[in-house]
Design a protein around this ligand. Structure first.
Ligand SMILES: [Zn+2]
Ligand SMILES: [Zn+2]
Length: 356
């Protein structure tokens, strides 16, 4: 049996995938959000916990099949340093490390060791300083710089077998019938990102079309996991333009599937850049449709949006959520269920996907 677990990390993502039977189980880790007892002034009653590191400890994992950092926002990478340090200490091999940090313009992540922070070589420095801290602003340049240095270090120590920036459309076989593929950002999407962060207009900070968070979100790695009749689509903070492109390209695969689990992008944000009703209405045919949102107790964002949840629920998707807040509360009422609060774990074997 195979499992995918969406941990409750308040605002952020932390996903663990387990493939195969116990003795030869393979592990994939996607994103490394951390749960805090207190975030943006709202107490959620939990202690700080790093679920991905906890998982490695609890299961005495010796090898990681793939480790994916979807994009450079701290609610997705914050716990990664602890995970890598743990891998170093325990000599845990990482067969594939995927992240979208490296194809960025060189000036982007120029890490200055003596200053202890990333300095941008030239004109885009002002803008870069604004976008690096990430959505919640708790992480700063120096911490991301240290993380990049740590990734370099574990790679030098040969703990990482293969480091890949964005292996777009490269199908990775987990076993005979299970595959994993990265679908975004594609070349055009990446070029768009580069145009926005470098070049003449960035000199004057005239980057009007994206705010700082949206720009980084456009780098989000979208992934598809396939096993026989089942499809799992992980979307991180991908904008709707990317999701639509992916759904179009995967149309045949998705409409031929019987069992579908889709992560609602960007923690269920209702902003036009992330949600469009049509995209969800167009997903038909499957006998089982599930949507999962890893949303946060985060007053600053109020994700997921009530309209998003209402619409997706109306499209015959069973909706699952890591927190019973905002749109979830509005649509499903005051009392939470196991499907709308806490860790969401699903089992899938190709002939079904079900809440575990
Ligand atoms: Zn996010
Ligand atoms: Zn993000």
């Amino acid at each position: 049996m195979n499992y995918i677990t969406f941990n409750d990390v308040s605002a952020g993502d932390s996903i663990v995938v387990q493939f195969g039977e116990k003795e030869e189980r393979k592990i994939g880790l996607i994103d490394f959000g951390v749960r805090y007892p207190k975030r943006t002034g709202i107490f959620d009653g939990a202690r700080r916990v790093n679920p991905s590191k906890q998982f490695l400890e609890d299961h005495e994992v010796k090898e990681i099949e793939f480790l994916v950092i979807s994009h450079p926002h701290s609610d997705h990478y914050e716990g990664l340093a602890e995970v890598l340090e743990y891998c170093e200490a325990e000599n845990i091999k990482i067969k594939l490390l995927v992240n979208p940090f490296y194809p960025l313009p060189q000036s982007y992540f120029l890490y200055n060791k003596s200053l202890g922070k990333i300095i941008s070589a030239f004109r885009n420095s002002v803008y870069i300083n604004k976008i690096i801290p990430g959505a919640n602003g708790r992480h700063n340049n120096s911490e991301l710089g240290e993380l990049l240095a740590l990734i370099d270090r574990v790679c030098e120590q040969k703990l990482v077998e293969l480091r890949n920036s964005i292996p777009i459309n490269w199908e990775i076989k987990i076993s005979d019938d299970i595959s994993f593929k990265v679908l975004s950002p594609n070349y055009q999407e990446f070029q768009r990102f580069q145009r926005k962060t470098t070049g003449f207009w960035s000199l004057f900070g005239l980057l009007k079309r994206y705010d700082s968070g949206d720009l980084i979100n456009s780098l989000s790695i979208v992934q598809i996991i396939r096993i026989k009749d089942s499809v799992i689509l992980l979307t991180a903070d991908a904008p709707i333009s990317v999701l639509k492109r992916v759904l179009e390209e995967q149309k045949e695969v998705i409409s031929n599937s019987q069992f579908l689990l889709i992560q609602i992008p960007h923690h269920g944000s209702g902003a036009a850049a992330y949600f469009e009703a049509q995209a969800w209405s167009d997903i038909v045919n499957q006998s089982t449709k599930m949507a999962i949102v890893s949303n946060g107790i985060h007053g600053g964002y109020t994700h997921p949006h009530v309209n998003v949840i209402r619409h997706i629920d109306g499209c015959q998707f069973a909706v699952f959520s890591t927190n019973h807040v905002f749109g979830i509360l509005d649509v499903f009422g005051e009392s939470h269920t196991a499907n709308t609060k806490g860790v969401q774990k699903f089992k899938f074997d190709g002939a079904s996907i079900a809440k575990s």
